[in-house]
Design a protein. Structure first.
Length: 156
């Protein structure tokens, strides 16, 4: 899991990072403790001077799934941040899937599509409340959604 938006203090170590993560996650599950987290650490320095995201690995997949399912509860609850700034809890995607998700989300906004989300590392799309869910595995899948005449599995 990847958490974005928790402020970083000077000389912050992994124990302090984990404590900050727990403060945020207790907004979702008041019973969560250090025993539920295997490790929590910041990603490397950001090239854009943004606060580095935090990677969290849970001991239990059930705990991780429960936190992820209820993640919207913490968007405005970062410790030490004004409520105008938000915390986001996302899946930790591969570089390729992160790029693909970003492209799909841009197209969602451009075409007023309803949903683009991730679940267990997969990128999923739904055009409206009553349309079917489509898995996005490549940029061709996005093109196919925009132009249904293009078959992403058979380019000829």
């Amino acid at each position: 899991m990847e958490i974005q938006g928790i402020p970083m203090s000077d000389n912050e170590n992994n124990a302090e990072t984990e404590n900050k993560v727990l403060t945020v996650l207790k907004k979702i599950d008041e019973n969560i403790s250090h025993n539920d987290i295997d490790i929590a650490h910041r990603l490397g320095k950001s090239k854009t001077n943004k606060t580095p995201n935090i990677i969290v690995r849970f001991v239990s997949r059930r705990t991780r799934n429960n936190i992820y399912k209820e993640r919207r509860k913490v968007k405005n609850n970062a410790p030490g941040k004004p409520t105008s700034e938000r915390v986001f809890i996302n899946e930790n995607l591969t570089k390729r899937n992160k790029h693909l998700f970003s492209l799909a989300n841009e197209e969602r906004k451009k075409f007023n599509w309803k949903y683009v989300w991730t679940n267990n590392g997969r990128i999923l799309f739904r055009q409206s409340n009553d349309s079917r869910v489509i898995a996005i595995r490549s940029e061709k899948d996005i093109e196919h959604i925009k132009n249904p005449m293009v078959n992403p599995r058979n380019p000829n």
